[in-house]
Design a protein around this ligand. Sequence first.
Ligand SMILES: Nc1nc2c(c(=O)[nH]1)N[C@H]1C(S)=C(S)[C@@H](COP(=O)(O)OP(=O)(O)OC[C@H]3O[C@@H](n4cnc5c(=O)[nH]c(N)nc54)[C@H](O)[C@@H]3O)O[C@H]1N2
Ligand SMILES: Nc1nc2c(c(=O)[nH]1)N[C@H]1C(S)=C(S)[C@@H](COP(=O)(O)OP(=O)(O)OC[C@H]3O[C@@H](n4cnc5c(=O)[nH]c(N)nc54)[C@H](O)[C@@H]3O)O[C@H]1N2
Ligand code: SF4
Ligand SMILES: [Mo]
Length: 674
Amino acid sequence: MEIYRHACPRNCFSTCGMLSYIEDGKLVKVSGDAKHGYNQGRLCAKGYAYTQYVYNPYRLKHPIRQTPRGSGNWKRITWEEAYDCIADKILELNERYGSNLASGYNKFSGNIGLLHYAVEGMFNSIGPHTKPVGNPCLITGEQAMRKSFGQMNRMMPEKMAEMNAIVIWGANPAVTNVHQMKFILQARQKGAKLIVIDPIFTRTAATADIFIQINPGTDRWLALGVAKLLIESNMYDEEFVRNQTVNWEEFHQYVTEQVDLHEVCRETGISLDVLCELLSIYSMPKPCATWIGFGIQRNENGGQNISAINTLAMLGCQSGQENRCVYYSHSGIDDFPVNLLNHEGPVHPIVQHSREIDINNFAENASKLVEPPLKFLWIALRNPLSQDQDFQAWESLMKELELIVTVDLFMTKTAEMSDLVLPAASHFEEMDVNVSYWHHWLSINEKAISPYYEAKSDLQIARELMEKLNERFPGFSNFPSEREPIDWIREELTPSVKKLYSIESIDDLLESPRLRGEEGKNLSSSAFKFRLFSEENTDTSTYSMNREKTDVEESYPFQLLTPQSLLKIHSQYEAMPWLNQGAEQAVVELSEYAAEKRGILEGDKVELFNPNGKIAAIARISRFLPQKVILVNQAGKNPINRLIAHKPQENPGKSSMNFYDSSVNIRKWCETNG
Ligand SMILES: Nc1nc2c(c(=O)[nH]1)N[C@H]1C(S)=C(S)[C@@H](COP(=O)(O)OP(=O)(O)OC[C@H]3O[C@@H](n4cnc5c(=O)[nH]c(N)nc54)[C@H](O)[C@@H]3O)O[C@H]1N2
Ligand SMILES: Nc1nc2c(c(=O)[nH]1)N[C@H]1C(S)=C(S)[C@@H](COP(=O)(O)OP(=O)(O)OC[C@H]3O[C@@H](n4cnc5c(=O)[nH]c(N)nc54)[C@H](O)[C@@H]3O)O[C@H]1N2
Ligand code: SF4
Ligand SMILES: [Mo]
């Protein structure tokens, strides 16, 4: 049996080190890599199911073409035919419009290995084109962290084990970050308290000492309320605020004059006793971790809520900065040149830059493009017709597109609406190098097996397609098609990366994943000045839960929360019987209050609806849900995101999607309902 080293490339906190066991060229088993200090030899259920993922009967085997689009009339074609068809379109559009701006892509998080920036590299290599910017997932929080701290911090997640208290605001690690639970448990075994602040009684909440059920979107009030108590009881660090913050006077005045504790309790739905409980945690002169989850920034107050939590975390814990540990995420790739992403393409005589569109409002903005319109769309590592918002805009964009190509391992909702679908390789079938946005380990991903049928990695596809274009039109692309994956990886391991990770070459990574050497510096170095919460640039009227409701909110009184599921990564893993029985009917959880108001009983077929559409589901009535919250899983056969459509956000490319700001109504299912 041969054994190879891998990194799980899913968009997941853990980026687990993994070993594959190969017999006669076949993947027979996977295990966690014991040399990886974060996952320490373990995987999650999705990780252990990789043998079923790789040889899944639903995996795409060959390039296929559908005529007409959406008909389900698929025919197998060769890679040659696929490349010819795509090259024809790119060249024809270039001829028609005088540049490649009519060609573009939408890419996100299917595989977060560094060589998957091949998609960006491929498009860069043909000169100016149309590309997405921004990030639907975590950028609001990233902006808020940079505003507070001047930078993204580098907290070591393993250090959570040494904390005296862990306060989790809007994360659900028992589902989304299972390996972190081990470090939390270690802390608890030494006596640490775990506090979970969430509107939903989650699996993580179920393990906590204190669960604080907060009204969604109101964390700012809670954080400021506790900060006020800290200040009033003189339990804050005066020296810190005097020397290391930029706006203490202003903040002090704001808290004194504007933050009213009764209002805090009303907005958040939390009693004063609970605020005092949090005060005792944050005033402890001992290490305390504040973990800001991604869930907290999926509403329009997200950035402000995070800024308020950062402020509370920094004011509290009197015994010095090293005790103030704020966890969010870090930018693991910043140490690397990421040459594929930053590949410089040829200069165009007239068009200077690529056209950028916010990934969060991609379809609508892409539809509006003129001179030239967008005509060819490449979709890779992404399933927008399950995971994006505003399906109506996608549907009208697709009508205008002359060619849609989707590269995926499975026939997704998006692939179903494409002209060509190209089969992607799994991470066991290609080489890569991986870092995490949570821990600080660097891993190599070896190629262990040949690609499944005719599947190819995104990099291989880029190499071959660009070569084809150059055969047809010499010099059209400057993509270095001759370069092998290992060459790209070698280039990522620059002298400074080697020093940081104490390696001499790739061989060291083949021996073991490596921890980044310069350990998580705490947030504040002496030069740094912290920015306390301030209300600048915001429309305060949006904050109050008690403000006047808009007409839409009156008609659709329930807030739709759609967080992540344990046995899926977004829309992935649905076709895997070990994890999910794919054909299941969607389930909606509603409160006893909502059930009573709408005459709904457990197990009833119901429909969720709003102006964007309706979704059928089976009702589950929960004693634990807040009255006006409705909980639904993502993805499935009829993805819930059909009901999510948001107004364009203020800062294109600078905020995440407000997925949890959607409002819906619910009623018993009736065939004749409009
Ligand atoms: N309602 C709601 N919607 C949400 C969220 C929410 O909380 N609620 N969360 C949002 C968040 S946080 C995120 S990160 C996004 C995720 O949005 P997406 O990244 O669009 O989500 P996935 O469903 O993971 O789709 C990734 C696709 O890439 C494919 N893939 C995997 N590996 C490869 C590969 O090597 N090559 C290629 N070409 N394809 C590959 C997978 O099979 C899958 O179809 O969803 C967002 N959508
Ligand atoms: N199993 C699994 N793991 C995953 C993923 C997956 O799809 N499946 N996806 C990965 C990705 S891409 C991401 S982004 C992460 C996300 O992982 P997390 O950081 O855990 O974020 P979410 O799951 O979006 O939301 C976490 C919690 O926030 C709560 N929440 C919602 N609104 C509020 C609020 O206003 N205040 C407070 N205090 N809480 C609120 C939700 O109820 C939810 O329980 O998970 C990653 N890990
Ligand atoms: S999905 Fe996440 S936890 Fe599971 S094996 Fe992959 S990286 Fe690890
Ligand atoms: Mo995400």
